[in-house]
Structures are given as structure tokens and as C-alpha cells.
Design a protein. Structure first.
Length: 152
């Protein structure tokens, strides 16, 4: 089976394209990404990083064909520049990247809490099971002893 060619940096063409600038629609290597973020015009650009970047998956507003830039806390939805003015002008808005990071950290915290609770429940079940088995053994011992003492 053929493998897809590895993505390369679209700026220097020397490094691997591991960072995708959502505003510029370009792949960057780590070094070019740092340079890009140092420039005044692109210092607030947001990147997707990792080996499985899909440049075709873009968070676009279907109504305006614009990329989402903000998160409307009142409506619990991402919005583009035009929607932020037209439909959400008096709503509480935050930067989409910051909102995503906040939601991600809350999700991680929630998952860790559930994992901890699940481990505690498993430990309780194991302890109850152990106690139950000991009780069963004691009952079997009692029955066995009564059987032997009753026959003699």
C-alpha cells in the first residue's frame, strides 16, 4: 500500500511541516513557526501541530465562508468575524484558541476525576469480593466440619 508523502515546511522547504498556521493556510517547521510568531503581523496566529494535520479540515463558518475566530460564550458556539458583529454583537466573546485550551483543560480535569472515581470503585469491588470469598470459605468450612462431626 502506498504511503502519503511527508509534508514539508512551505517556507524553508527543508524541515518537516509539523505546524499548520490556520490564518495563512500554510505548513511550517518549528523554526519557521517561531519566526512567524515573532513578526508583528502574525504574532497572534494560531497553529495546529502534530503528525496528523489535515489542512482540508478548516473551522469555517458555512454562512460567510470565513474561518472561526471567536467563541461566543452566551451561545456556546464558535463564530466568524462577520457573525460576531451581525449576530453576537452584545454577547460575551473570547478568543477561539483560548476557549479551546480552557475547554480542553476542563475536559482533562473531568476525565481525570472520573478515572480516579472509577479506580476507587474498582478497589471497593475488589475488597467486597475478597470479603465475600472469605465468608464463603468460612461457610464451607463450617458445613464441612458439621458434616464430619455429625457422622461420627
Amino acid at each position: 500500500m502506498a504511503q502519503a508523502a511527508a509534508s514539508i515546511c512551505e517556507i524553508c522547504t527543508a524541515g518537516p511541516g509539523e505546524h499548520y498556521c490556520q490564518q495563512c493556510d500554510q505548513l511550517f517547521c518549528g523554526s519557521c513557526k517561531l519566526s512567524h510568531l515573532r513578526m508583528k503581523i502574525s504574532k497572534n496566529h494560531t497553529f495546529l501541530s502534530g503528525p496528523n494535520i489535515n489542512k482540508e479540515e478548516k473551522p469555517y463558518c458555512t454562512e460567510h465562508e470565513e474561518m472561526f475566530l471567536f467563541y461566543c460564550s452566551d451561545c456556546d458556539t464558535p463564530v466568524c468575524r462577520i457573525c460576531s458583529v451581525d449576530n453576537h454583537s452584545r454577547h460575551l466573546m473570547t478568543d477561539l484558541t483560548k476557549s479551546t485550551e480552557k475547554l480542553r483543560s476542563e475536559l482533562v480535569e473531568n476525565i481525570e476525576s472520573k478515572v480516579t472515581k472509577s479506580r476507587q470503585n474498582v478497589n471497593k469491588i475488589e475488597n467486597y469480593t475478597k470479603a465475600y470469598r472469605e465468608e464463603v470459605k468460612a461457610v464451607i468450612r463450617t458445613i464441612t466440619e458439621e458434616e464430619f462431626t455429625g457422622r461420627n
